[in-house]
Ligand binder design. Structure first.
Ligand SMILES: [Zn+2]
Length: 412
């Protein structure tokens, strides 16, 4: 006996246009499921309705169908397109789908509207968008057997691979262009590929790995430089502050605690968006004097090797700096805007942002750094964790005799 095939569910892409104003509800077509079914009224009648599930409306939007259809346009049904226009609300639902399934769905709809028996379920039992159509955005892998056999889904935005014995960042991760947050803590990573820098991550956690002197930091110069906001490099074996870190100008939070660093460079002042810096449990003897010119709100420097202030013998610079540096000094002195892209050569902008700077604001080139010679009071930092008072030893630079006279090096 011939049995009619009834498609009551249509996996498709839809756009909804509000007819009176011709407003499109979303800029792009979104994945959707359209479901036909019956709603049973209290009086025992059943009423045909259409439920429209989208990723942004997983509960589904219900529309009455009987007596409520303005038109059903099927002119382009052979291209997999159709439009259902409702009277109330005055919406046009533009549908794109597989041709055969769409035809079958429209056929079912027509029979239903004509009152034919199409053996539909109640819409309350209708399933919304199947799981495979919902983009996978978050994945946590806590043992190697949980690795996805077909590779990571492109739609991933948050990925955690913790305690998996990773030695580096797998290249299969470095191609996930939608990834925003990557957590690789508690592995054995000791080297980082340049391709990692091509991700546009906002948060990267590399804490508790084996990152140290063998690590190449060129990845910090990729597009990640413009996106990274939170970086956690704590509990590694970093001896030298990775120079390219200062290029991450959007960075707000930087954790470098529990490493082996002895110095922080003057160029850290380039991180003008940095608000939270954790340097605790390192081997620091002093902070660069420019730390007071940063906009830090939270600083942790407990558990370092701060000791006694050094007495110094001043050696005034005699060498004439290169023209780039002189140009940088003029730009700073005259308060010329230098931060607009393309306005000045990058080399000058980098020097202005990264060179050590004297108390008078003059850029210092190739001059002696007086280690542990001054004091910082860190008054502007609202949340300071330290082992001692608010006075901290600083490394300093001095442009000349006059500045030595007014500098904090001269304070007793
Ligand atoms: Zn000076």
């Amino acid at each position: 006996m011939f049995q009619r095939r009834c498609d009551m569910k249509l996996l498709c892409e839809t756009r909804v246009v509000e007819r009176p104003t011709q407003t499109v509800q979303s800029a792009r077509a979104s994945k959707a499921t359209l479901v036909l079914g019956y709603k049973h009224s209290e009086g025992g009648d059943k009423e045909l309705e259409l439920v429209h599930f989208t990723p942004s409306n997983k509960a589904g939007m219900k529309y009455k169908l009987a007596g409520n259809i303005e038109t059903i346009r099927t002119r382009f049904v052979n291209e997999g397109k159709a439009t259902i226009s409702l009277q109330v609300p005055a919406y046009d639902i533009l549908i794109q789908s597989d041709v055969l399934t769409l035809k079958s769905f429209l056929q079912t709809l027509r029979i239903g509207l004509e009152g034919g028996d199409i053996n539909l379920q109640e819409t309350v039992h209708a399933t919304p968008i199947p799981a495979k159509m919902q983009p996978i955005e978050r994945m946590v892998i806590s043992k190697p057997s949980e690795y996805p056999k077909e590779g990571f889904p492109e739609t991933l935005r948050f990925l955690e691979i913790i305690n998996n014995g990773l030695k580096t960042v797998p290249i299969t991760i470095c191609v996930l262009t939608n990834l925003s947050s990557l957590d690789l803590r508690q592995n054995s990573i000791n080297t980082l590929p340049n391709a990692l820098g091509e991700l546009q991550l906002r948060a990267l956690n590399l804490s508790n790995n084996e990152i140290g002197e063998n690590c190449n930091w060129n990845w910090l110069l990729g597009s990640i430089r413009k996106s990274l906001i939170n970086l956690d490099l704590s509990m590694n074996v970093i001896k030298n502050f990775p120079y390219y870190l200062v290029k991450l100008e959007r960075l707000v939070s930087l954790r470098l605690n529990d490493n082996l660093m002895e110095r922080v460079p003057f160029s850290i002042r380039r991180l003008q968006n940095l608000r939270s810096l954790q340097l605790n449990a390192n081997r620091l003897k002093a902070l660069p004097s420019c730390v007071e010119q940063m906009c830090l709100q939270s600083l942790d420097i407990a558990g370092n090797y701060f000791s006694d202030r050094q007495q110094i013998t001043i050696e005034y610079p005699t060498e004439v700096p290169p023209l780039w540096v002189l140009a940088g000094r003029v730009i700073l002195r005259n308060q010329i805007q230098y931060d607009e892209p393309g306005k000045l050569p990058t080399v000058i902008v980098d020097l202005i942002k990264e060179l050590p700077i004297c108390y008078c604001g003059k850029l210092i080139w190739n001059a002696k750094i007086y280690e542990c010679s001054g004091l910082a009071y860190l008054r502007a930092i609202s949340f300071l964790v330290s082992n001692a008072s608010r006075e901290y030893l600083t490394d300093n630079v001095i442009c000349g005799r006059r500045c030595f006279g007014i500098s904090i090096l001269n304070r007793s």
